[in-house]
Ligand binder design. Structure first.
Ligand code: SF4
Length: 314
């Protein structure tokens, strides 16, 4: 089967010549948005774990050691990227962040650092800290955007604007840091055209990567209340596959697609339950690309590499 998506695995193999495994680390820094600094109550889909799976009370060094040992055993990985995933990993004084990040980087097989955060939480001094790390490591910052439409950001209570994302992206890129945007497909109030515009918006910016998620409802969130009141309609799997393929077609061919569907622990997921079958969803997206003989970037009108060697020409 020809490659039709510029995946993170392809990117890493091209760059490092082998598998590079992400090692998640929970710094336990929390989120200012959940604490009321930028809004009230956090994003409507976020539960109390903030996408983190590891307990933050385990020392950073120990989390990295365990993560590397697991990735070696399970995947035979030889190189690693430390992934600060849960909540907002730039939510501390720059000096403290620098210390925390560097404590996680003791193993010489670590080649990269991934920092997840909000686009309105990147003051200049924090960007300088990240720039310092980028002298030795490949540094990615994952920014939650979710949608390029302000009315949607307001509805899902993101607490920041589209402008914050543009500002953060441009400043990070100027500092030599790679940017990966998180996007949710199927947000309330959005139609297919809205989601396609988000793909084009990202393609028009110097964004390096995208993580695509399907809207899912977690227990104990405001979104669950909306869902139970019948205010939110969720995608069937086939619908998601179609929208995702159209989204990929409008995404620049050189943007690294780091995720095609989100994950949720079964005990916290309310709906849709097909989200639990991640491999099936990814396979269905790949099959659909084959069926309609298309690929990432095919409908992107913005400047792209003349030919992305790993993607099929139309
Ligand atoms: S910014 Fe992230 S951690 Fe904070 S409420 Fe939103 S999704 Fe949750």
């Amino acid at each position: 089967m020809r490659e039709r998506i510029n995946t993170f695995n392809l990117y890493l193999r091209r760059r490092y010549g082998c598998r590079v495994q992400r090692v998640p680390v929970n710094l336990g820094l929390g989120c200012p948005h959940r604490e009321g600094r930028t809004g009230r109550g956090g994003c409507i889909y976020c539960d109390e774990t903030g996408s983190g799976v590891l307990p933050a009370d385990i020392p950073v060094e120990e989390q990295v050691k365990r993560g590397i040992a697991f990735a070696e055993r399970r995947y035979g990985a030889r190189l690693f990227m430390v992934y600060f995933q849960a909540f907002c990993n730039t939510y501390a004084e720059p000096e403290r962040l620098d210390e925390l990040y560097r404590r996680a980087l003791f193993d010489e097989r670590v080649v990269g650092v991934i920092v997840g955060t909000r686009p309105d939480l990147l003051p200049g001094q924090v960007v300088e800290v990240l720039k310092g790390l980028s002298e030795r490591y490949e540094v990615w910052v994952e920014l939650g955007l979710q949608s390029s439409h302000f009315r949607t950001l307001r509805l899902i209570n993101r607490g920041h604007g589209v402008s914050h994302f543009v500002d953060a992206t441009l400043r990070l890129k100027a500092a030599g840091i790679k940017v990966c945007a998180h996007v949710i497909l199927g947000l309330p109030g959005e139609d297919t055209e809205d989601m396609m515009e988000t793909a084009l918006f990202l393609s028009a910016l110097p964004v390096d990567g995208v993580k695509i998620h399907c809207l899912h409802v977690l227990k104990g969130t405001p979104l669950e209340e909306m869902y139970r009141r019948g205010e939110v309609r969720l995608f069937e799997m086939e619908e998601y596959v179609d929208v995702c393929v159209s989204f990929l077609e409008r995404l620049r061919a050189d943007v690294v697609v780091q995720r095609l569907t989100g994950e949720a622990p079964p005990e916290r997921l309310v709906a849709p339950l097909w989200c639990l079958e991640k491999a099936r969803v990814i396979n269905a997206i790949r099959m659909r690309l084959e069926e309609v003989d298309t690929h990432q970037g095919r409908k992107c009108p913005f400047s792209q590499p003349p030919f992305c060697a790993n993607l099929s020409p139309a």
